[in-house]
Design a protein around this ligand. Structure first.
Ligand code: ASP
Length: 343
């Protein structure tokens, strides 16, 4: 007897399933019972599509690390039973969730495809229906017994992007996500064209799920006019362990001595500071300009071309690893899940 490909659709909330509240007029997540009820055409697939709904459903603006742990646990608990997973998620923090999941799930050998929509499923022109259908096809795509996309990816508006390379760039257009520093994993047209050379190869090792995330982190975005007392209060915030320093261009920052001294003092206290560019394309190159050479000298870690979303969740993952500081620095300098390009 032929074994049916099994897909688990995990519904967490987001616009895709929202309805308008009659009294307030705001969009709120709707509790629907199964995906066939929403998209009956899915019956025509030779697949078994099961449905798992989060309780409560949330607007993704309310996502916090415990939500990622819950999501990773649902995947872990069902990992052996399903060939692939589709996660329905709000778009606002989807790039953060995709990045966090990529770090939490090591040795992935099954597709985890996140999708959502700009318009709710119930709306005639909704992009959600197509996004779900594309995601299910991709999550169930196997070749010679191996998953075609054994990674955490975002499928949106006919593009498949590596999750930890992605950011939301448009609040309105159906094309809402970009991956500035990495090619698309697939393009959906008449056929789904996979860019096999850019997709991570399946792992033959056992899945490991990491559930310790340390959120004692901050994103410090520099700007002309940034003031000493504000930087001082951020870097001295109680419990702070990791800083994502969003710098200019190729990783450049002011050379004012108060700024460099404060960063150096924070590093001396044991803080991890990762240098990430504010640009959406290109890479940090510490030491290329005089304005980044100082950062290099005091022990700031270069984040290459990692996105801010990916850097933040990686920092939480690394700080939660319980490893020694030197090993944590090494992890930040290594591309763990294809999140950075290191020449
Ligand atoms: N606020 C919604 C959310 O992120 C927006 C969306 O889904 O597109 O949950």
């Amino acid at each position: 007897m032929e074994i049916k490909t099994k897909i688990l659709v995990i519904y967490t909330g987001g616009t895709i399933g929202m309805v308008q509240d009659e009294q307030t007029g705001t969009l709120q997540p709707l509790d629907f019972k199964n995906i066939y009820q929403q998209i009956p055409i899915l019956h025509s697939y030779e697949l078994q599509i099961d449905f798992h709904s989060f309780d409560p459903l949330i607007d993704s603006s309310n996502v916090q690390p415990p939500f990622w742990i819950k999501l990773a646990s649902v995947i872990e608990d069902n990992y052996k039973k399903y060939h692939g997973f589709v996660v329905l998620h709000g778009t606002d923090t989807m790039a953060f969730t995709a990045s966090a999941l990529s770090y939490m799930l090591e040795n992935l050998n099954k597709p985890i495809i996140l999708t959502g929509s700009q318009l709710p499923l119930g709306v005639t022109r909704s992009d959600g229906r197509q996004n779900i259908i594309n995601s299910i096809e991709i999550a169930s795509s196997y070749s010679k017994g191996l998953p075609v996309v054994p990674e955490v990816a975002i499928c949106f508006e006919n593009n498949l992007l590596r999750g930890n390379r992605t950011y939301k760039f448009n609040a309105e257009n159906f094309k809402a996500f970009l991956s500035g520093n990495y090619p698309h994993l697939a393009e959906v047209g008449v056929h789904i064209k996979y860019n096999e050379n850019y997709i991570i190869k399946p792992s033959y090792q056992r899945l490991r799920v990491y559930k310790n995330l340390d959120s004692n982190v901050v994103i410090l975005k520099i700007f002309p006019g940034i003031s000493e007392n504000i930087v001082n209060s951020i870097l001295n915030a109680e419990g702070l362990k990791g800083v994502i320093l969003e710098t200019y261009g190729a990783g450049n920052a002011p050379t004012d001595s108060w700024f460099i001294n404060q960063l150096e003092a924070a590093i001396d206290k044991g803080m991890l500071i990762l240098n990430v560019t504010q640009c959406k394309q290109g890479s940090v190159e510490m030491g290329r300009y005089e304005t980044s050479a100082e950062l290099d000298r005091i022990g700031i870690i270069g984040g290459y071309d990692i996105t801010v979303e990916s850097a933040l969740t990686k920092m939480m993952f690394v700080l939660g690893s319980g490893l020694l500081r030197e090993e944590q620095i090494k992890l930040l300098q290594t591309s763990l899940r294809g999140e950075m390009t290191i020449d």
